[in-house]
Write a protein of this length. Structure first.
Length: 255
């Protein structure tokens, strides 16, 4: 276990996105994810989930509102200050996007490159200290024995575990997971969600995950947040959220 002090977690306040054509994509989104929590976002296609994740990662600048990570507001930052602040955020997505010809260990170590500003790192050279540390991150996701295996030989579930280890190498405060199990079979999906929940606890990470699989959300999330038409429809622990409310969320989006 590579536990670190992760104070503050993630806070989103009054987040709005309005596009030049007048479309309101997000309207007054408020949410928090504390260190040690796994929070899942649910919602139909086009409801604003992707826009929300892009605003949190600051690949999209919101029209209004704040995104705070570890007590620091990212929304007013630009250039090098933004780059440094974004090191506190790590992202995993539906596809692991590993460099298939490189070893598993090298793929994990690449997650640390954002902390380096020397020309060797810009050219893709991996610091020896990070290559050594990669074994620890692989151990956290249960794949230490595959460190020297080529990434292109991994199964889908294994590749996603390596992507998570690569995110851990960044040493983030907040882990964003955008549909991380969408391309996996049910058994592998269950393993990945169990891993994310365990890492939230053991590494004191704030984990925010977008899912479509409602049963997985109920099985693993500390809280479920529903997004409908760019607004928060509910924000409740699973044992307080009726299944009818989730079903209604998707039915209304489809209407």
């Amino acid at each position: 276990m590579l536990t670190q002090s992760k104070v503050g977690g993630l806070a989103v306040s009054g987040l709005e996105v309005r596009y030049p054509n007048g479309k309101q994509a997000l309207s007054g989104i408020d949410l928090t994810v504390k260190p040690g929590e796994l929070v899942v976002i649910l919602g139909g296609n086009g409801c604003g989930k992707t826009t929300l994740m892009r605003c949190i990662s600051r690949t999209l600048a919101p029209t209004a509102g704040k995104v705070t990570v570890g007590g620091r507001d990212l929304t007013g930052l630009e250039g090098e200050a933004l780059r440094q602040a974004r090191l506190d955020l790590a992202m995993i997505s539906q596809h692991a996007s590993l460099v298939k010809r490189r070893s598993v260990r090298a793929n994990v170590a690449a997650g640390a490159l954002g902390r380096y500003a020397d020309w060797w790192s810009f050219l893709g050279r991996l610091p020896s200290a990070e290559l050594a540390a990669a074994h620890g991150y692989l151990a956290e996701v249960g794949l230490a024995e595959l460190a020297e295996q080529r990434a292109g030989t991994l199964s889908g579930g294994q590749a996603q575990r390596v992507a998570i280890a690569r995110a851990l190498a960044q040493q983030p405060r907040v882990l964003l997971a955008d549909e991380p199990v969408a391309s996996l079979d049910p058994e592998a999906a269950e393993e990945i969600m169990s891993l994310l929940k365990r890492l939230a606890r053991t590494d004191n990470l704030a984990v925010l995950c977008v899912l479509h699989q409602v049963d997985l959300a109920y099985g693993h999330a500390d809280r479920l947040i529903g997004i409908r038409a760019g607004r928060v429809a509910f924000d409740l622990p699973g044992d307080e959220l009726p299944r009818d409310a989730v079903r209604d969320l998707y039915l209304r989006e489809a209407a």
